[in-house]
Design a protein around this ligand. Structure first.
Ligand SMILES: C[S@@+](CC[C@H](N)C(=O)[O-])C[C@H]1O[C@@H](n2cnc3c(N)ncnc32)[C@H](O)[C@@H]1O
Length: 185
C-alpha cells in the first residue's frame, strides 16, 4: 500500500469557495489527488491520499481519498471541484471522506513515515518499508514545527536539488515505486 499526505495550511474546510484555487489553494490538493490515484485508464486501488486542511471555516479537517473505494470520478478539475464541495458540505461520495483530525494526531498512529525534503536521502537509494507514507508540504512548504514532528519517527527523502510542485513530487514517487516493483518482480 502507498499513502500520500499533504499538509495544506490554507485549504478551505467548508463548501463556500468560488474556485478550487480561491479555496485556499484546493487546486493543489486536487492536483495531488490526481497524481496520487490516477493512471491512464485506471485508479491505483492500493493507494490512499490524505490532505490535512487548515483553512477556514472549520479546521483542522482530514480529507481522505481511498483508491480502493473511489468510484464515479473523472480526472478533470470541474469534477473534483464538485466532489470536494459536496463532501465539504456534508454529502457523500464513494471513496472520499472527511474527519476531524490533526496532522500530528495522524502521525502519532502511523509508522513508515517519509518526509519529502530536498536535503534528505535520495528516493533512489532509501529503504522503504511495505506501506510507505509520504508526507509533503503545500505551496509554501511544510511548516517547521510540523516537519520536526513528522521527523520524530520519519525519514527525510529527497528527489534531488530541483524544487518541484507538490503534485510533481507525488508523480515522481509513484513512478519510482512502479519501477522498483517491476525490478523486484
Ligand atoms: C512547492 S514545494 C514547497 C516550496 C517551498 N517554497 C519550500 O521551499 O519548501 C512543496 C513540497 O514539495 C516537496 N518537494 C519539492 N521539491 C522537492 C525535492 N526536490 N525533494 C523532496 N521534496 C521536494 C516538499 O515536501 C515541499 O514541501
Amino acid at each position: 500500500m502507498r499513502e500520500f499526505v499533504v499538509f495544506s495550511r490554507t485549504g478551505h474546510t467548508g463548501p463556500g469557495f468560488k474556485s478550487l484555487r480561491e479555496g485556499g489553494r484546493l487546486d493543489l490538493v486536487y492536483q495531488s489527488i490526481l497524481m496520487s490515484l490516477f493512471k491512464s485508464h485506471g485508479i491505483r486501488r492500493d493507494t490512499v491520499f490524505r490532505a490535512f486542511l487548515g483553512g477556514p471555516p472549520n479546521p483542522p479537517l482530514e480529507l481522505i481519498v481511498d483508491g480502493s473505494q473511489l468510484r464515479d470520478a473523472r480526472t478533470d478539475e470541474v469534477t473534483w471541484e464538485h466532489i470536494l464541495r459536496n463532501v465539504l458540505d456534508g454529502r457523500e461520495h464513494p471513496g472520499v471522506s472527511l474527519r476531524r483530525n490533526s496532522f500530528q494526531a495522524f502521525l502519532k498512529e502511523r509508522q513508515g513515515i517519509y518526509v519529502l525534503e530536498e536535503s534528505g536521502e535520495s528516493i533512489r537509494t532509501v529503504e522503504l518499508g511495505e506501506n510507505p507514507c509520504f508526507v509533503l508540504g503545500d505551496q509554501v512548504g511544510l511548516p517547521r514545527k510540523e516537519e520536526k514532528f513528522a521527523l520524530r519517527a520519519g525519514t527525510k527523502v529527497s528527489l534531488g536539488g530541483t524544487l518541484y510542485m507538490t503534485c510533481q513530487c507525488i508523480n515522481i514517487i509513484n513512478y519510482t515505486l512502479d519501477l522498483r516493483e517491476v525490478r523486484e518482480g
